[in-house]
Design a protein around this ligand. Structure first.
Ligand SMILES: *[C@@H]1O[C@H](CO)[C@@H](O)[C@H](O)[C@H]1NC(C)=O
Ligand SMILES: *[C@@H]1O[C@H](CO)[C@@H](O)[C@H](O)[C@H]1NC(C)=O
Length: 393
């Protein structure tokens, strides 16, 4: 999709504004089998590429999303923006910004900031609307972005296309909120795509609700070793910028619920993996089967709510079943209770595999405590059960 037109980008990030409380402490156990990643990767491609150091960014958890720290402009200003593998454009609030409490970035004070000029001579406008109804409006520019690197020197990306927003929704305006979004999908303008061919689009992250973590790019983002499983990744013509996986089945305890025979069934991608969405969304017809299976085993008082929510008046995670997600390619992800149930208000626990959104989404909460590696050139996503809060502490 070309950036220089006033196109309406319908993209997906969803804030899930439950006040999440951590209620489970066990780590997921490794499911499925492990394979050596190098056997499936076209290894010649990586060894031919002289990647001397790997870029990385520090990340922090903020309620329901993960924020990536990056520096923008000259002199560099540090911002924190939502790490979003479900969208393309990287943007930040810019001065002047309507109602911004903290518009961190003032383009007039950066020597490397350049507006992108469209036909007619004015700056190219951008407009992004996310699935959760948040939005951003502004103009496109090129600017220098810096993140960290294993070499110890910053990884510098001059001339990176970004959006400079002058009107974004309230969620992006408060001091403790993200000041923008870092787009990391398959599109040519995503930050990882703009890093160039050397990186092969490789990136990895490990999410936990505690402390800081890292987002790795390039050779350091290869996920392998004991317990690693892989899922096939698909690029679909109708939505070419999303990273699609193919969900074959969900098991609730020992009850396996196949997608085969349901409208959800597919062989080349039926769900996107998205770091910018909190919960997991499935189509209602299939999600209902999962809910029914959960209902059958949970012996606790239901909380009357809408028909599509499955909530109980308890915070005892032992009452809930282990859910396994079976992705095509061999990734049978045995979920921790924390990945699939959320306690809010101290004593109400809900299943957070829910129905809704036009595109099914494998959200960030379900990915917690897996080291997740994206490898678009081999079309694989790797998952390695990991205590993410221990990984970089
Ligand atoms: C900001 O954008 C929203 C959504 O398009 C619009 O309703 C609002 O009027 C805009 N505000 C300003 C000050 O331009
Ligand atoms: C994960 O690592 C953290 C930090 O080292 C530690 O406090 C915690 O107990 C670990 N969790 C498990 C389940 O091992």
């Amino acid at each position: 999709m070309m950036s220089t037109a006033a196109t309406l980008f319908i993209q997906i990030i969803t804030f899930f504004l439950f006040s999440a409380t951590v209620s489970s402490s066990s780590t997921p156990s490794g499911g499925g089998f492990s394979i050596d990643l190098y056997q499936r990767r076209s290894s010649s491609r990586i060894s031919n590429t002289q990647i001397r150091s790997s870029p990385y960014a520090d990340t922090v958890f903020e309620k329901s999303v993960y924020l990536m720290k990056l520096q923008i402009g000259t002199p560099p200003i540090e911002i924190e923006a939502i790490l979003d593998t479900g969208s393309q454009i990287t943007w930040t609030n810019c001065f002047p910004c309507n109602d911004c409490i903290k518009p961190l970035f003032d383009p007039s004070k950066s020597s490397t900031y350049k507006n992108k000029i469209c036909d007619g001579g004015s700056p190219c406008p951008f407009e992004i609307n996310y699935e959760d109804r948040t939005y951003s409006r502004g103009t496109y520019a090129t600017e220098t972005i810096r993140i960290k690197s294993t070499s110890g020197k910053p990884y510098v990306m001059p001339g990176t296309t970004i959006g400079c927003s002058h009107n974004s929704s309230a969620d992006f305006k408060k001091p403790y909120k993200p000041s923008g979004v870092v787009g990391l999908n398959w599109g040519s303008l995503s930050l990882v795509s703009q890093m160039g061919e050397d990186m092969l689009g490789l990136m990895s992250y490990c999410f936990s609700p505690k402390g800081t973590s890292k987002l790795n790019f390039g050779s350091n983002a290869i996920v392998s070793g004991d317990g690693t499983v892989v899922a096939n990744m698909y690029r679909k013509k109708e939505a070419p910028d999303y990273y699609f996986l193919n969900l074959d089945a969900v098991s609730v305890g020992k009850t396996r619920i196949q997608t085969l025979g349901t409208p959800f069934h597919a062989s080349k991608g039926n769900i996107i993996i998205d770091s910018g969405t909190t919960v997991t969304y499935l189509p209602e017809s299939y999600c209902k089967k999962v809910r029914i299976a959960v209902e059958k085993v949970v012996k606790a008082e239901r909380v009357a709510s809408s028909e599509k929510d499955l909530c109980y008046k308890t915070n005892n995670m032992d009452l809930f079943p282990v859910i396994t997600m079976h992705f095509q390619g061999g990734a049978d992800l045995v979920m921790d209770k924390y990945n699939t149930f959320m306690t809010s208000g101290g004593e109400i626990t809900c299943l957070i595999i829910i129905s809704g959104t036009s595109t099914p989404i494998f959200g960030n909460r379900a990915q917690n405590n897996f080291l997740v590696g994206y490898d678009p050139s081999s079309q694989l996503v790797s998952f390695k059960p990991t205590n993410c809060s221990a990984l970089w502490s």
